[in-house]
Design a protein around this ligand. Structure first.
Ligand SMILES: Cc1ncc(COP(=O)(O)O)c(C=O)c1O
Length: 430
C-alpha cells in the first residue's frame, strides 16, 4: 500500500494517527518500511539518514549483523519460557560487570518498568514512601515518574505537578521536585524530608543537560548520610556515555541504576541493577511476611530474544574504540553547529554529550536546568526538525539526536551540510 493511503488508514484507526507522542505534520509524515545501518526507507522508497535510532536503542544502527544473527538463533529455539535461560544469565553477568554499582540484576521490559521497580525496591528497603526527582527529568510513564517533567512554568519546589490527566492527585504527595544542578535546593529539600524519602531519582545527564561539577557528588553524599537510595536513571546514558554509563563518565556511583534502550539492542528490555541488599527485596524466596519483600516480576521478564539481542549489542560495544568514535562524531557536531550559529548570527547551543545531543535555540550561555530549556525557542527547534526531515534526516522535532557506532563521516558531513542549509534558508529568517 502506498504511503498516502497508509497515512489515511493510520488516521482512521490509530488514536491521533500515531503510535505515541511522535506526531509529524503532513509535510514531513512518513511510514517506514525498513532500515539498514544508518539508513531508513519509507514505503515509497525515500531514504533517510537516521539520527533518532528508535529513540535511542539502535546504537549499532538498524539490523546490525551480530544482533540479527543472535535474534535469529534464539527465535529458532523458542521465544519465551518464563524461566531461566542462557542469554538472560550471560547478559546479567555482563551488566553486573559493566555497571559501577552492579551486584545483582532484575530484568524487566522497558525503561519505564526499570525506574518504577527501582523505586518500589527502594521503598521496600527503606520503609519510606516519598521520592525526590528533578524538574524536567524524564523517567518513563509510571504515575510517580510522570510529574514535573514538562511543566509550563518552573515550580514551587518541592511541589510535584502531574504531566498527564488520569494520575490520582494523591500520587503527587509522594513525589518531591527540585531544580536540576542546584545542590543547595536539593540539599534543603532532602534535609527537610530525610525521614520520609526512600529514593532520589536522577537522570545523571538530564535530557541533554550536563551535571555541574559537584552536583551528583552532593546527591551521593547526602543520600548515603540519610540512608536514602540514590537511583541513576541510565536508560539513555547506560552503555552510551561510556561502557559503565554516566556513573563511569561522571565518577559517581549510585546505589541502583535503571537501564533500557541501549541495553536492549532494539528489542524490548530494561534492567534494574545495583546493591545486592536493595536488589534482594525482589527476591521471590523471601518470606511472604517479610516487610521488605517487593514484587517485581512479569510474563516477559528476561525475555530470551531481547536478552540475546542485548548481549550481542554489548559484545559489539565492548570492542576497542567504540566510545572514542562516538565522542569524536559528537564533538564534531557540537563544534561545527555552534560555529555555524556564530557565522549566521543564530543564537544557539548544542547541549548534551558525545552521542546524545540537542540543538537549542537560545541566548543562554549555559544550559543548567529545566528553566534554561523553557527559555529556548521551541518554534525554531520544531522548524529545524521538520526541515531536516524534509531534507532526508530522520530526527524528532521535539527531542535530542542520537549517534550510532555505524554513522560514517559521510553521514555526519551530510547532516552538517543540511543543518547549514536549514539555518541559512529558514532559521536565520525567523
Ligand atoms: C531517561 C529515561 N528514563 C526512562 C525512560 C522510559 O523508557 P521506556 O520508553 O523504554 O519505557 C526513558 C524513555 O525515553 C528515558 O529517556
Amino acid at each position: 500500500m502506498n504511503q498516502r493511503k497508509l497515512l489515511e488508514k493510520a488516521d482512521q484507526y490509530l488514536v491521533g494517527g500515531t503510535i505515541g507522542a511522535m506526531y509529524l505534520p503532513p509535510e514531513a509524515a512518513m511510514v517506514f518500511s525498513h532500515g539498514r545501518g544508518t539508513k531508513l526507507y519509507d514505503v515509497d522508497g525515500t531514504e533517510y539518514i537516521d539520527f533518532l535510532l528508535g529513540s535511542g536503542p539502535l546504537i549499532l544502527g538498524h539490523c546490525h549483523p551480530a544482533v540479527v544473527e543472535a535474534v535469529q538463533q534464539q527465535i529458532q529455539k523458542g521465544s519465551t519460557f518464563y524461566n531461566l535461560n542462557e542469554p538472560a544469565i550471560q547478559l546479567a553477568q555482563k551488566v553486573v560487570e559493566a555497571s559501577p554499582c552492579g551486584e545483582k540484576v532484575r530484568f524487566v521490559c522497558t525503561g519505564t518498568d526499570a525506574v518504577l521497580y527501582a523505586i518500589r525496591m527502594a521503598r521496600a528497603f527503606t520503609g519510606r514512601e516519598k521520592i525526590l526527582k528533578f524538574e524536567g527529568g524524564w523517567h518513563g510513564l509510571s504515575d510517580y515518574a510522570l510529574h514535573s517533567c514538562r511543566p509550563q512554568k518552573t515550580g514551587e519546589y518541592p511541589r510535584a505537578v502531574p504531566d498527564s490527566a488520569g494520575i490520582p492527585a494523591s500520587v503527587a504527595q509522594h513525589v518531591l521536585v527540585s531544580p536540576f544542578n542546584d545542590r543547595q535546593k536539593a540539599g534543603e529539600i532532602i534535609d527537610d524530608h530525610k525521614d520520609e524519602l526512600a529514593a532520589v531519582v536522577v537522570e545523571p545527564l538530564q535530557r541533554c543537560i550536563r551535571p555541574e561539577p559537584g552536583f551528583l557528588e552532593s546527591l551521593k553524599d547526602i543520600t548515603s548520610r540519610y540512608g536514602i537510595i540514590l537511583i541513576f536513571d541510565e536508560v539513555v546514558t547506560g552503555f552510551r556515555l561510556a561502557w559503565g554509563g554516566a556513573a563511569q563518565r561522571y565518577g559517581v556511583v549510585p546505589d541502583i541504576a535503571a537501564y533500557g534502550k541501549t541495553l536492549s539492542g532494539g528489542y524490548p528490555l530494561g534492567a534494574i541493577c545495583g546493591r545486592a541488599d536493595v536488589m534482594n527485596t525482589a527476591n521471590p524466596r523471601l518470606d511472604a511476611a517479610d516487610p521488605k519483600k517487593a514484587v517485581v516480576t512479569g510474563t516477559f521478564n528476561g525475555y530470551p530474544v531481547s536478552a540475546a539481542a542485548g548481549l550481542a549489542t554489548l559484545n559489539e560495544l565492548e570492542k576497542q574504540g567504540t566510545y572514542e568514535r562516538l565522542y569524536e562524531m559528537g564533538n564534531r557536531i557540537v563544534h561545527e553547529v555552534e560555529e555555524m550559529g556564530r557565522e549566521m548570527s543564530v543564537s544557539l547551543k548544542v547541549a548534551g554529550e558525545g552521542p546524545v545531543l540537542q540543538v537549542l535555540f537560545t541566548e543562554d550561555e549555559q544550559i543548567l536546568n529545566y528553566e534554561s530549556m523553557l527559555r529556548a525557542d521551541k518554534k525554531k527547534a520544531y522548524r529545524f526538525g521538520i526541515e531536516m526531515i524534509k531534507r532526508g534526516f530522520f530526527v524528532s522535532p521535539f527531542e535530542k539526536i542520537y549517534l550510532s557506532v555505524v554513522h560514517s563521516d559521510a553521514d555526519i558531513d551530510r547532516f552538517l551540510e543540511a543543518t547549514r542549509d536549514v539555518f541559512k534558508q529558514v532559521i536565520s529568517r525567523m
